[in-house]
Design a protein around this ligand. Sequence first.
Ligand code: AMP
Ligand code: MG
Length: 345
Amino acid sequence: MTTQYFRVADPRDPAIETVGAILRGGGLAAIPTETVYGLAANALDDGAVKRIFAAKGRPADNPLIVHISDLSQWPALVREIPDSARRLAEAYWPGPLTIVLPRSERISDVVSGGLDTVAVRMPSHPVARAVINAAGVPLAAPSANRSGKPSPTTAQHVIDDMDGRIDCILDAGPCEVGVESTVVSLVGEKPRLLRPGGVTPEMLRRVLGEIEIDDAVLHRLAEGKTAASPGMKYKHYAPAAPVTILKGSFAQFCAYVDANKTDGTMALCFAGEEALLPVPAVAFGAEDDGAAQAAAIFSALREVDKRGAKAVFARFPQMDGVGLAVFNRLVRAAAFRVIDLGGAP
Ligand code: AMP
Ligand code: MG
């Protein structure tokens, strides 16, 4: 298959109508959102949605997020919208927040991965919203990477993974947030954070009061336990080289890397540290800037691969605010290998 490429700067670009028609016809389109690039299909067309799983190599039990451009599209997708969900949507939609509720009969097992719930999000990216409007249907869209790879934050990342496997790519430049949406479930007794993202736990608490943080946010899923958010159980975001996170000061980091480096060792560090390290390094934002780290982390993980790293040592990000999302992605890229170097952080 030849993948058509469109570059748009503006939500009124005629290419958006073309992409809308491709989606209505059952095709697959990679589209920009404020979080990461998504791989979209008509959420109400099982044949089209199945092609997403095939193109990504995604396990069938890993559900997709359904994207809407207007609140009026939400009630048809879910059984009911509780007051807490309305308040969350009012506060953070359009934006990087996904809300999980019991699904309506319009949502099939293919989209929900067999769960009786559905995840819905209203993105804020003007091009994403224009595409949903042009398609005229809600769009099921996971991240537009091959399953297991870091999520794409530029159209080039999508081309690297998906060229020849999907109908088209709509390029609107790099994604602003850089990590996937926050996923919160309102299905149980208490609201539960399933995946951290651009909407932070503090922001959720401001609207919902107390929230639970799912174990899978910070820890490897225990053997035999079912994942509330199935995506969290799979190997994820990983470059080809093994990644190890080192917790400690910058001096401790340098000393450890120097003592343990071999041919092909690289570092993932904070901005400004590159030249001070004993190995080639790629930075992922400044040490005290969670938003910059989120915007850079997936590109940095792809970059060490491109540069042929054989082993990667990464700095330990701060875990407050958006930093929690950065740590959640990095610790999965590292298959939970974290070494505590001791002493002051
Ligand atoms: P992606 O957009 O590629 O990050 O994939 C969507 C992620 O959203 C999945 O990996 C799941 O973890 C999560 N998700 C989607 N639907 C549901 C759902 N019904 N319940 C819980 N988590 C969900
Ligand atoms: Mg993904």
